[in-house]
Design a protein around this ligand. Sequence first.
Ligand SMILES: [Zn+2]
Length: 144
Amino acid sequence: MNKTKWNSKQLKALITENIRKAGLDPVGYIVEVVTGRSGGEGYSGCARYSRQWFRMRVPALIITKDCFVGSDGKTTYNEVQTKQMQTIFDSVKFSQVCQHELAHNRGVRHGEMDAGIRYCEQDEDWAVYFEVKADGDGEDSGLY
Ligand SMILES: [Zn+2]
């Protein structure tokens, strides 16, 4: 369930790989991907113990129009540049949080996790090869 403007197919591929890496079965899994309330930059998650469910919060894709007024008095919008700046999805950070949530799904509590996974700082460099584009085919799709 993707409620963001990040590419659903690519998000699904990344999440499926994360579930497999955690030694779990992707079949029957429900993963919600939503944006932070404030449209923030961070990645965070929320999971249920021993259930095939977790929710990921990812950065909102907000296209803000930066503009300037030139010496000729015309206003120029610098939309393309800001679009590029805000369309980089951090698949590694996403996977670090994903693996933490998946550990909860396996019934693991914070006290039982090693420090890396507890603080979402473990090595998930494999995820760098999973690109998630900001071409918005989520329920909420369409750039603004
Ligand atoms: Zn946790």
